[in-house]
Design a protein around this ligand. Structure first.
Ligand code: FES
Length: 155
């Protein structure tokens, strides 16, 4: 399988790895098929994402897309970050092999899940914004998977 130089760069030298201790919001998602898990922490001040970090227990494409996704949303407003798509992340990495596109979906969902928490906590979830979260809104109050994730800290 051929990966772009950018994918390899973000896989071998991922940006923004780790946790934010005083994170404003966090999103953890998993892909039931491959079992990969991704968590993104956001530090949001006055609606601006001041910091974003990730931990990914998964494949190289999942690591590269989380790295790129965190880079793309840092400094953006929450509304701008909400427009992030997995396609945009993949394009910023100069593409992903077709069978690896689902890995970039994980990055989009992890960002969205963290943003959903922020919108909910701050009573900003209008119907229009709720639509942008799609299915993620349904289990938004289920914090169980955000607790201890075995293996996540082994990165
Ligand atoms: S193979 Fe599952 S996220 Fe990449």
């Amino acid at each position: 399988m051929k990966y772009s130089d950018k994918v390899m760069d973000h896989f071998l030298h991922p940006r923004n790895v780790g946790e934010i201790e005083d994170a404003t919001a966090s999103g953890t998602v998993g892909n039931p098929t491959c079992g990969d898990i991704m968590r993104i922490d956001l530090k949001i001040v006055d609606g601006i994402i001041e910091d974003a970090k990730f931990m990914t227990f998964g494949c190289g494409s999942a690591v590269a897309t989380s790295s790129m996704a965190t880079e793309m949303i840092k400094g953006k407003s929450v509304d701008e970050a909400l427009e992030l798509t997995n396609k945009a992340v993949a394009e910023a990495l100069d593409g992903l092999p077709a069978v690896k596109m689902h890995c970039s979906v994980l990055a989009e969902q992890a960002v969205k899940k963290a943003l959903l928490q922020y919108y909910q906590d701050n009573d900003l979830l209008t119907d229009e914004i709720r639509e942008k979260f799609g299915d993620l809104d349904e289990d938004a109050h289920d914090e169980s998977e955000d607790e201890d994730l075995p293996g996540l800290k082994n990165q």
